[in-house]
Write a protein that binds this ligand. Structure first.
Ligand SMILES: NC(=O)c1ccc[n+]([C@@H]2O[C@H](COP(=O)([O-])OP(=O)(O)OC[C@H]3O[C@@H](n4cnc5c(N)ncnc54)[C@H](OP(=O)(O)O)[C@@H]3O)[C@@H](O)[C@H]2O)c1
Length: 294
């Protein structure tokens, strides 16, 4: 490519994870093209915006990253389920179709630890088989759609965990509730939570762009998942607040329907591929991550 900087297109660049990836990629020398369903003015880490709807213009891009998706943290009515699927699988299909005309070298597509389902104390590397449930099926179909790229495109699918960072929906809720001294465990608290600091998720995704051996699924989680009760205790301690409340499984199910299963699922996920391919975590353990965020 001569000395010219390489270009990465980011779908969902206006979002929490997408904007962090834009910043990280830009700092590593990538020229960033953001994609949005709305008009936006370039600025900051985004050199150019392309508006898209049913079709998407991938011309001139060396890499494409897809981090689009409707928010998942609500009651999954039939209408919501359809939106959750189409904004992920449908968007991936649109991108893959566009690659028939202009193929990038590498495609990083979103996925989630939800693919593993509820797995008790089993250590889950990328080799573990998929689990069961609505989210597992959604993620499996989402990953399969990404695999249909034209021959020669390297595909990496980031199985994202619970992302901790300012601007993230999960973190915003936890921070608010714990600040009020109303934090507490979910269910019996024994379920494993695969958390990751936003800096490492963005770092890991840009590492995947730059590292040829990252191919196929990779877990976007920190090396030390925590049981929900331990995570809860450490968050409360870091905030100097009590965490005496607890949300019983039946109450979560009553309030949230099947989405409660996602909060109660045990997922002891570890970042096998990121570690093996030489990614160095900035926040490998929870204490340092919480100190940074608080
Ligand atoms: N945050 C987490 O903890 C977490 C964990 C696991 C997986 N993930 C996955 O990572 C992805 C990004 O998450 P996020 O937290 O960054 O979400 P976010 O802040 O809500 O951003 C999502 C982006 O997706 C685009 N989008 C939303 N609905 C769309 C639709 N119907 N069609 C096309 N584009 C749509 C939006 O872009 P425009 O409005 O500009 O078009 C938006 O900027 C999601 O797929 C999510 O499931 C997130």
């Amino acid at each position: 490519m001569g000395g010219m900087s390489r270009s990465v297109g980011i779908v969902g660049a206006s979002g929490f994870i997408g904007s962090a990836v834009a910043e990280e990629a830009s700092s590593k020398g990538w020229r960033v093209v953001g994609f949005s369903r709305r008009d936006r003015a370039p600025g900051g880490s985004i050199a150019e915006w392309r508006r898209w709807s049913d079709a998407v213009d991938l011309s001139g891009l060396d890499a494409v990253v897809n981090l689009a998706g409707e928010p998942i943290d609500r009651r999954w009515t039939d209408a919501v389920r359809e939106k959750l699927r189409s904004s992920r699988i449908g968007v991936t299909e649109t991108l893959v179709e566009a690659m028939a005309g202009s193929a990038p070298e590498v495609f990083v597509n979103g996925s989630a630890v939800g693919i593993y389902g509820d797995r008790g104390d089993e250590r889950l590397t990328e080799e573990a088989p998929a689990g069961a449930g609505f989210l597992a099926d959604l993620c499996r179909d989402w990953e399969a759609a990404a695999e249909r790229v034209p021959a020669g495109v390297r595909v990496a699918k980031v199985r994202t965990g619970i992302v901790l960072g300012a601007g993230g929906a999960a973190w915003a809720k936890m921070e608010r509730v714990f600040r009020l001294g109303m934090g507490g465990r979910f269910g019996d608290g024994r379920q494993w939570m695969p958390w990751i600091h936003i800096a490492d998720l963005a770092g890991g995704i840009v590492h995947a762009l730059d590292t040829a051996e990252v191919s196929g699924a990779f877990n976007g989680v920190a090396p030390e998942p925590q049981r929900n009760a331990d995570f809860t205790r450490r968050l409360a301690e870091a905030m100097n607040r009590p965490a005496v409340f607890h949300a019983p499984a039946w109450a979560l199910k009553l309030g949230l329907g099947e989405f409660a299963d996602a909060l109660l699922a045990s997922q002891r996920v570890v970042p096998g591929v990121l570690l093996k391919s030489g990614y160095r975590f900035r926040y490998p353990e929870l204490g340092a991550a919480l100190d940074d965020l608080l």
